[in-house]
Design a protein around this ligand. Structure first.
Ligand SMILES: [Zn+2]
Length: 284
């Protein structure tokens, strides 16, 4: 979070600030992690959260993604009220039920995915977008069930599926139940494949763990945004296990593309048309 002080003009002074001439402009400007330049936040937002100086892709929320992918930002959301039953009565630093309710308050979502139908360049599609801010975009029974229902809607209406991943993996608080979602979604995607309906997986920063190990890597096309962290286990765990230093750029989308794990890297402003063209190719 970038902020800096300005000496003048003193438009608005903070009473808690000893030096009344300096003001905080937190929120108006941000520093790019990649190029280090200070950029106007509004300009970045207007550019789909891509740095206007160097093209670095900042993270983007699930709802913003859906707004930019669906025509005129219009879509019908499904199963938005579905919530976890806390099957394990899980408690860590706080209870899972409490964590879920805190998350619901801060994100205005009940779980880590938004599943929606609508039009993309005039074609009916189902899009599921994971929300990283909701317990790290982790996949428990609700995420699994919501995506499975999206797949069922695809089968019913003969529409393609697009899943935008941003996730730390399976949800620890649901233990083995979250791991079962890997198998459940893999099986559901097989049905989609048998019905000849395309599935496009978009991997964004970061896509790791059980999500990478299931639906994120099962697309007819697996495409990623530039510079995204994509992997199963973290680099430190791998280094400790294999006792070797990992190469530069390991687990970044460019490295994965080079080694055959991805089909393409697509810049966010080009993503909608790219997916749309790919679907035209699959469906003709
Ligand atoms: Zn930049």
């Amino acid at each position: 979070m970038a902020w800096f002080t300005r000496q003048k003009p003193p438009i608005d002074s903070d009473p808690a600030d000893d030096n009344e001439k300096s003001i905080r402009t937190e929120g108006l400007w941000q520093k790019c992690d990649a190029c280090g330049q200070i950029i106007w936040r509004k300009a970045v937002e207007d550019n789909l959260n891509v740095c206007t100086k160097c093209g670095h892709h900042f993270r983007m929320g699930a709802r913003e993604r859906l707004k930019f992918l669906f025509d005129d930002a219009v879509f019908t959301e499904h199963d938005s009220g579905m919530r976890s039953t806390d099957p394990l009565n899980f408690v860590d630093s706080k209870s899972y039920i409490q964590r879920l309710s805190d998350m619901a308050e801060s994100t205005e979502m009940r779980d880590a995915v938004i599943c929606a139908s609508g039009l993309m360049n005039s074609r009916s599609v189902e899009i599921c977008a994971l929300e990283l801010k909701f317990i790290g975009g982790s996949m428990g029974a609700v995420v699994g069930e919501k995506i499975a229902r999206s797949i069922e809607r695809c089968l019913l209406h003969k529409t393609p599926l697009i899943v935008i991943s941003a996730s730390g993996g399976a949800r620890m608080q649901e233990g083995a139940i979250s791991l079962m979602q890997l198998a459940k979604l893999s099986a559901a995607l097989m049905q989609l494949d048998e019905a000849g309906l395309p599935y496009i997986s978009v991997l964004t920063d970061p896509t790791t763990g059980g999500v990478t190990a299931s639906f994120a890597m099962l697309g007819d096309l697996n495409i990623a945004e530039p510079g995204a962290l994509i992997g199963f286990a973290g680099p430190r765990v791998i280094e400790q296990t294999i006792r070797q230093k990992l190469p530069e750029g390991f687990q970044k989308s460019e490295f994965l593309l080079q080694h055959g794990f991805l089909d393409a890297i697509v810049k966010r402003p080009e993503l909608k048309n790219y997916i749309s063209n790919a679907l035209s190719f699959f469906l003709t």
